[in-house]
Design a protein around this ligand. Structure first.
Ligand code: SF4
Length: 63
């Protein structure tokens, strides 16, 4: 699965990291979330929840 965080939309709320820390990491220097391991979506099973809970819909998942 491909995981994309739109850096222009991300407001750095940290929800995705909280929900799915295996995949997302909030870079506190730039105040944006980064994808650290998109392969982890396969077993962590939390990417969909992160996508659904992003308040600005900055996360896109592609099969
Ligand atoms: S949930 Fe969305 S807005 Fe919040 S840090 Fe993650 S990508 Fe950015």
């Amino acid at each position: 699965m491909k995981v994309i965080v739109d850096q222009d939309l991300c407001i750095g709320c940290g929800a995705c990291e909280e929900i799915c820390p295996a995949v997302f990491h909030l870079n506190e220097v730039i105040g944006k979330s980064e994808v650290i391991d998109e392969e982890a979506c396969e077993y962590a099973g939390c990417c969909e929840a992160a996508e659904e809970n992003c308040p600005v819909e900055a996360i896109t998942l592609e099969e």
